[in-house]
Design a protein around this ligand. Structure first.
Ligand SMILES: C[S@@+](CC[C@H](N)C(=O)[O-])C[C@H]1O[C@@H](n2cnc3c(N)ncnc32)[C@H](O)[C@@H]1O
Length: 453
């Protein structure tokens, strides 16, 4: 039994002996212990996830003392060597096989289910800190990467909404060579902007709840000075507020001592940094991916050569991806995932109304499966209208939704990626995720140019 396991078990079984551990934290530990035991029952090789989960639950408690206690636990795990080996064994073998020699460290912010984690670890990186506040996403993260992300990042970056100073942030968050973040996109996305306008709310960087989260990435960058920031957002980012949002982001990154890539050119317009997932998989999905490199590295090594992404001449076929999910036959998929006749009828009525008015709502029915799928979205679980597969066995019957595994494959997650049993979180998590293969290629270019010995 490792030192860490002994300490944690004794906290659970002999809480009186640990006067420094507060009652609420003790309750958290017990709860997380039970939860992780359930996870273990589902998958036997996750011993380290249990340890990380317990450590994380201590860390989630926003009092300073508990942060420090957890830091000690985290370090113990790494010193003893058990923490990393456990997470390696639970990671997808396919990604492990591609892992390159040499290592660098990374931080995974707004981590979701760890698309960036897969990409960066396949380039040889080791995660030293991750943050994600959604419990279901954290569970998926733990099941696949062997560590549970911390909760709300603002517990580490702010005190009463004001930024903590650099020294305090760097005492809470370890140094890493790369900070990756697909920061929350609702305030910038077209759907998010229209809904916020409709409800009379602020959007973009003025949106208190979510827009300022970009600032938290910079608070961390200023404190720990990573070599590279790897960022992702919706394609509307460049267009948002007539380009002002991007101007603010760019100038804040520059003020922090970084150079942004790809460089903006006169004729880029709203296409700046936009990559379409169609270039690597059968999904249409435009997102901006950008990289900020610390100025001293740009001076000593040179400008970042952003990898090229262009869609293939013959598009990737959705049909080929559907075939990869062979956990169920097509008949079984239709039985489990077809939408109801009533919902199908209401989608059609709604679409016809909008076609007549020449606006809005369209059903994402993929009639030609030799083409890519439409963009996966987080709200897909609600009514499936964004991507529907016609019933090819009985075309008179309603179409079906993609299975969660098909969604995972359309975001280029490995075949053995663990997926929650419940559909709603599964669809949300893949709809929110990055396309891993794109990040993997960018991560590899970063590694080759700035992180090789
Ligand atoms: C666009 S998703 C990122 C998905 C991720 N890149 C992936 O590959 O799965 C943004 C994530 O940020 C998380 N989030 C939002 N606000 C947060 C906060 N204050 N602290 C931690 N996580 C937060 C959301 O729960 C969501 O999962």
């Amino acid at each position: 039994m490792s030192q860490l396991t002994r300490t944690l078990k004794s906290v659970v079984t002999e809480p009186e002996a640990h006067h420094s551990v507060k009652t609420k934290v003790r309750r958290n530990i017990k709860a997380s212990f039970r939860k992780v035991l359930e996870m273990q029952a589902a998958r036997k090789d996750l011993d380290e996830a249990k340890l990380w989960a317990i450590a994380t639950h201590i860390q989630m408690n926003p009092s300073l003392t508990t942060h420090f206690e957890a830091m000690v636990i985290q370090n113990d795990t790494e010193v003893g060597g058990s923490g990393r080996s456990g997470s390696q064994s639970s990671r997808s073998p396919s990604f492990q096989a591609h892992a390159e020699k040499g290592s660098f460290t990374f931080i995974d912010l707004f981590a979701g289910i760890g698309g960036f984690h897969l990409a960066l670890s396949s380039a040889g990186g080791r995660c030293v800190f991750a943050s994600e506040w959604d419990n279901s996403a954290r569970r998926t993260y733990a099941m696949n990467h062997g560590l549970v992300p911390f909760g709300d990042i603002r517990d580490f970056t702010r005190t009463n909404f004001s930024p903590k100073d650099n020294a305090e942030v760097s005492s809470l968050i370890p140094y890493a060579d790369v900070v990756a973040a697909g920061f929350p996109c609702q305030p910038f996305s077209q759907a998010g902007v229209s809904s916020r306008n409709f409800h009379g709310k602020e959007h973009g960087l003025k949106c208190e709840a979510q827009g300022t989260l970009f600032e938290d990435i910079l608070i961390i960058a200023r404190a720990i000075k990573p070599k590279v920031l790897l960022l992702e957002n919706v394609s509307n980012l460049a267009r948002h507020d007539g380009g002002n949002t991007l101007r603010v982001i760019t100038s804040e990154i520059e003020l922090a001592g970084y150079t942004l890539f790809p460089r903006r050119r006169e004729n880029d317009g709203s296409k700046w940094a936009t990559i379409d997932s169609q270039s690597v998989v059968a999904q249409r999905r435009k997102r901006v991916y950008f990289v900020a490199v610390r100025n001293d590295l740009v001076e000593s090594i040179g400008e970042f050569n952003f990898p090229e992404f262009s869609p293939p001449t013959i598009p990737f076929a959705l049909e080929d991806v559907l075939k990869l999910d062979d956990e169920l036959t097509e008949q079984e998929k239709l039985e489990k995932y077809s939408i109801s006749p009533r919902l199908w009828a209401s989608h059609q009525v709604r679409q016809n109304r909008h076609i007549a008015a020449n606006n809005g709502f369209r059903i994402g029915l993929v009639e030609d499966l030799s083409k890519p799928a439409p963009t996966l979205v987080a709200r897909y679980y609600k009514d499936g209208k964004d991507c529907l597969i016609p019933n090819r066995i009985d075309p008179s019957r309603p179409p079906r939704m993609l299975t969660p595994r098909e969604c995972a494959l359309l975001q280029t997650y490995p075949q053995d990626f663990w997926i929650p049993e419940s559909r709603t979180p599964a669809y949300k998590q893949f709809g929110n995720s990055i396309t891993v293969e794109i990040a993997r290629r960018v991560a590899r270019a970063i590694k080759v140019q700035y992180l090789s010995d």
